[in-house]
Write a protein that binds this ligand. Structure first.
Ligand SMILES: [Zn+2]
Length: 690
């Protein structure tokens, strides 16, 4: 079995005076898998007509440090949607994931009472703070000075009452739409205490989250006819006799908790490897149930086979209702949201890509709790990389995300399409709210890291790269790895210093672009001049010489005397002396990113040579004297260096040197290079002069 622990239903009776509940508490794992610093017991009731939540929360927080803790800090994420003055709304301009909040769709959360367990009321001590931007209107973080400090390794227990209202339609992950509710980032949640301070950032338009692990016991009261899906496992459902039912969920070693409810869900259950998958599907997507489950199978099997065990017993996949796409494509521990539309063709693998991506977060964020506020790439970027690998393995090698009406596009091409128009606004490692804009955040958190890691994979080899990912995952499970931890694992497994690569790829905005800039082929002449008889006519057969004449002049006199850099082809006819040619190729590094590349030279007699260039100089000239003319030269013929922002300048043929190509827009170039692999599209393009 892959699982570290089996879902052994060892029921323990747990006195639960505070909420007036007593319940059988299951034990998922015989030993804690994490430090279990932040532990929650929450009773929440949904009032569907008003979109309100009424909650009672008991937080048991263990001080993981050797410090005396004088105050606690909490997130109140739903306050991002209180009004248009919150930091989230100011940064986003009121638009998230392409959607605006409804006219009267505001949401909020109020802590109505907070006390030490046992009774000492601390409500008046609460104070909103804005550690990131000082925006006095932002109420997404509050501090709570304590009457007595929490001692080193000590514990504090707080009772919290809260009331919240969900935005509509679902906006930035959370909210309500008619009968459908998706409830994420919904309860008062403690920050992370580390390095002598609280790490508790405001809710920003372009950042995600950071939290400590713990155990969650959550009682969710909804209309009796409703179906519920949530983080963790459902322990029991109790009808309350007033038209409502209470669903009790239990989760261990997770750092967040989300839930959904609707009376409309169609429920599908299937065991995939050792994971109980439960799909909550919208009725109008009924004929796509199999696609969802097949995608879950691809995700679960690849992640477990390639990177490590998924320790939780189950996974819930939620299909958001029409009009609720603001809650689509999101990840929570053991619960993800997908997203589809009626009649989506099989060849457009949006459902598959989203499920593989969101399930991946259960590894790169839920099992490795990196700080998404400060280093988003560690989750989204690594996850984009694994999504690209899995999609390609399962549905590739070509057309892994789109294979429809003869059009075939790989995820790699989509990621490049995002990246190449925004390659240099920011480095990858940066706080999420400090990027130039949302596009730069997204390029540097998703696409570029995906391409950085693919380039690294092609440099080190696929198996070595998988070993890096596996080692990183195994070593840092249930901890908070940082960028330096990833680099250390990569270097250790690769057995080499990779600082030269990561410094450029993660910490700089350097752009990688190599080009073949000129080719010149001339027949080698007899020597002439003062010491020689002037008898041979210049028979040069050349193009694109101008820019390089200064260098080529110095070569002229000695051309015939020089030995070829490479062995002349065996097929050379020795009885009839072949005409030797001087073949010269100039290659340039157009960007600041230095990376070793292969250059292939192909001659008209079929000979092919490959040279390695370390790329350190701004340009390099290759010269071959051979009994054949160079047909073309190509840098990185296998396109391993996918960070190269322009593939169209990577090659040049002798006959058609196209200096004017740079005048074309980069967008056009992208589609040209994408279309080159699409014969059907090219035909269409020719027909319509596209
Ligand atoms: Zn993601």
């Amino acid at each position: 079995m892959r699982k570290m622990a089996i879902f052994c239903v060892a029921y323990i009776f747990w006195g639960w005076g505070n909420l007036g509940l007593s319940a059988a508490q299951p034990v998922l794992f015989p030993e804690p898998l994490s430090q279990r610093i932040a532990n929650y017991r929450i009773e929440v009731r949904l009032e569907p007509e008003t979109r309100k939540l009424f909650g009672t929360e008991t937080l048991t927080w263990h001080n993981p440090s050797n410090d005396w803790i004088h105050e606690l800090q909490f997130h109140l994420y739903l306050n991002a949607f209180r009004n248009d003055r919150s930091t989230f709304m100011r940064e986003s301009g009121g638009v998230s994931r392409g959607r605006r909040i409804g006219k009267d769709g505001w949401g909020y959360i109020e802590v109505t009472a907070i006390s030490l367990s046992g009774g000492e009321d601390l409500t008046d001590r609460m104070e909103f703070i804005q550690p990131d931007d000082g925006n006095p209107d932002d109420k997404t973080v509050f501090r709570l000075p304590l009457p007595r400090p929490v001692p080193p390794r000590g514990t504090v227990v707080l009772d919290i009452q809260f009331e919240a209202k969900l935005p509509t339609p679902p906006f930035a992950r959370s909210g309500a739409k008619e009968e459908y509710f998706f409830v994420g980032q919904w309860f008062p949640k403690i920050g992370v205490y580390e390095n002598g301070a609280w790490n508790c950032h405001q809710y920003h338009a372009h950042s995600e989250f950071y939290a400590d692990y713990g155990v969650y016991d959550v009682w969710i009261t909804v209309p009796e006819e409703n179906i519920v899906g949530a983080t963790g496992v459902e322990v029991e459902v109790k009808k309350n006799g007033d038209g409502t039912a209470t669903h009790y969920y239990h989760a261990e070693d997770v750092h967040d908790f989300a839930w959904t409810t609707s009376p409309e869900f169609l429920v599908y259950e299937e065991r995939i490897q050792d994971v109980d998958v439960r799909l909550l599907l919208q009725p109008d997507h009924k004929n796509q149930a199999r696609r969802h489950l097949e995608a879950a199978k691809v995700a679960i099997t690849h992640f477990q086979d390639w990177y490590g065990d998924y320790p939780y017993p189950n996974l819930t996949i939620v299909d958001p209702r029409r009009g609720a796409a603001g809650s689509a494509g999101m990840e929570y521990p053991t619960l993800i949201t997908a997203g589809t539309m009626y009649g989506l063709p099989d060849g457009i693998r949006a459902v598959e890509a989203v499920i593989i991506h969101e399930f991946g977060h259960n590894y790169w964020y839920h099992l490795l709790a990196s700080n998404e506020f400060e280093e988003a790439w560690l989750d989204e970027g690594i996850n984009t990389y694994t999504e690209m690998q899995i999609l390609n393995d399962a549905y590739g090698p070509v057309g892994d995300v789109v294979d429809f009406l003869g059009i075939r596009i790989n995820d790699l091409q989509f990621q490049r399409y995002q990246y190449i128009f925004w390659p240099d606004y920011d480095p990858i490692v940066k706080k999420a709210w400090e990027f130039y804009n949302g596009t730069s955040y997204s390029v540097n958190s998703y696409s570029k890291p995906g391409l950085v890691l693919t380039t690294l994979k092609n440099y080190l080899g696929a198996e070595k790269m998988r070993q890096i990912m596996r080692t990183y995952f195994q070593r840092w499970r249930f901890k908070h790895p940082r960028t330096a931890d990833f680099i250390a694992v990569a270097e250790e497994v690769a057995g080499e210093d990779l600082g030269w690569f990561f410094d450029q790829a993660l910490f700089s905005n350097k752009v990688l672009d190599y080009a073949v800039s000129a080719i010149r082929v001339r027949r080698v002449r007899e020597p002439r001049g003062f010491d020689f008889t002037l008898s041979v006519k210049d028979t040069s057969d050349t193009a694109g010489v101008g820019a390089f004449s200064a260098q080529s002049d110095s070569q002229k006199a000695s051309a015939a005397a020089e030995t070829s850099r490479v062995t002349v082809s065996d097929s050379a006819d020795t009885t009839k002396k072949p005409v030797p040619y001087e073949n010269e190729v100039w290659v340039r590094r157009l960007g600041d990113f230095v990376f070793p590349v292969e250059i292939q030279f192909v001659f008209d007699n079929g000979d092919t040579l490959t040279e390695h260039w370390n790329g350190r100089d701004l340009w390099k000239k290759y010269r071959f004297v051979r009994p054949a003319k160079l047909e073309y030269a190509v840098i990185d013929p296998e396109r391993k260096v996918v960070l190269d922002v322009n593939f169209t300048n990577n090659s040049m043929t002798r006959k058609k040197q196209r200096a004017g190509i740079n005048k074309l827009s980069i967008r056009w170039l992208f589609w040209v290079q994408t279309l080159l692999d699409q014969p059907e599209l090219l035909t269409l393009a020719q027909l319509f002069r596209f």
